[in-house]
Design a protein around this ligand. Structure first.
Ligand SMILES: Cc1cc2nc3c(=O)[nH]c(=O)nc-3n(C[C@H](O)[C@H](O)[C@H](O)COP(=O)(O)O)c2cc1C
Length: 332
């Protein structure tokens, strides 16, 4: 039980802020672009979007980039709370003040709740798992917690168990795969973020995350860039979607940068909650990235609001972590 926030006299506040940044950079991000920067000021951390890491083909409005920053913001405040520091957060619209997304100010001591501590402890366990999940159903209690998690971040989550609905969503995913892979600009952009298992790069997606061998991973980017692999990916993703016990759409009432940050915060909380229950999450965002299919997905799940992310959730085998840049690399 947590009762008293322990003062940490030997560690300076700026070291504690740096430590929190070290946790924030573990957040998920589209293509592992890690599109964030952090600026330390007296008693505060600014989180900035890094537009040099944008993916203008798949994400022309920086929607996913902003969602990724929202996830990092959740990790940052969670880490500060679990270090005994209360926070005041001011979220700013993207494009204002040199792309500052949020200003997180330390506002005195804080006693982390057991819930905060268990989410924090899940940070090193949370990984995107692109492999098939077992048929085992996800505990209904965890599903209710996700609904509350989304609400607490002013987002929503729609859970899909019914086979018929899963088939219909899988149709949209397959259509998205075919459309995206047929576009050479999409393939070129994706190929830039794919690298070999032995690469020294600290961002992007290594081949092993997709089950590619060390040898084949040297050519993965070239294959992705050169061929229209839409049909193969469509078949693979259909199996993954239909074979997972649960699909979930995370969405928001509006579709502005402020909503995307809320979505990122909800994603962080939901995926850390999942990891704390040993449940894995993986992304099948294709039908949200293609505008025509996004409208169809909203109709399918019966909402006038805005789907932002499509996940599959379930129990998978252990996967290796993806790399991250160092704290020094992300400091302004
Ligand atoms: C906004 C957003 C969009 C993402 N879209 C996809 C996606 O379409 N397909 C996919 O396989 N992973 C997707 N991811 C997962 C990232 O690729 C993953 O977070 C990144 O590679 C880091 O790996 P990790 O989550 O295991 O730490 C997305 C993540 C975020 C935050």
């Amino acid at each position: 039980m947590n009762t008293i926030a322990q003062p940490k006299p030997s560690v300076s506040l700026s070291d504690r802020l740096l430590d929190a940044v070290g946790h924030a950079i573990k957040a998920p991000s589209g293509h592992n672009t890690q599109p964030w920067l952090f600026r330390l000021k007296s008693g505060q951390v600014e989180l900035l979007a890094d537009p040099r890491r944008a993916c203008p083909v798949v994400d022309p409005n920086n929607r996913e980039l902003t969602i990724s920053c929202g996830a990092a913001l959740f990790y940052l405040t969670l880490a500060l709370h679990c270090d005994g520091l209360a926070t005041m957060v001011r979220v700013l619209p993207l494009g204002s003040e040199e792309n500052v997304i949020a200003r997180v100010m330390v506002a005195g001591p804080h006693v982390p709740s057991d819930d905060e501590q268990s989410l924090f402890d899940a940070i090193p366990k949370r990984r995107t798992n692109r492999f098939p999940f077992s048929k085992q159903d996800v505990d209904p209690e965890l599903q209710s917690e996700w609904i509350n998690d989304a609400k607490s971040e002013r987002a929503w989550i729609h859970l899909i168990h019914a086979e018929r609905e899963k088939h219909a969503v899988a149709d949209l995913i397959s259509e998205g795969d075919r459309q995206q892979a047929s576009d050479k600009h999409f393939r070129r952009e994706l190929a830039k973020w794919i690298h070999s298992n032995t690469s020294s790069r600290r961002d992007g997606i290594p081949g092993y995350s997709q089950g590619v061998s060390d040898f084949a991973s040297h050519f993965g980017w070239l294959a992705v860039r050169t061929f229209d692999w839409g049909d193969g990916q469509a078949a693979k993703d259909r199996q993954l979607a239909e074979g997972s016990p649960l699909l979930a759409v995370i969405g928001t009432e509006g579709d502005t940068p402020a909503d995307w940050i809320k979505c990122g915060q909800a994603l962080a909380k939901i995926s850390l909650r999942a990891a704390s229950w040993s449940v894995d999450a993986s992304y099948l965002n294709q039908p949200i990235e293609v505008p025509r299919l996004r409208t169809k997905l909203a109709e399918l799940i019966g909402t006038n609001a805005h789907p932002q992310l499509l996940l599959r959730l379930g129990y998978g085998s252990e996967v290796k972590p993806t790399p991250r840049r160092s704290v020094e690399d992300v400091l302004v």
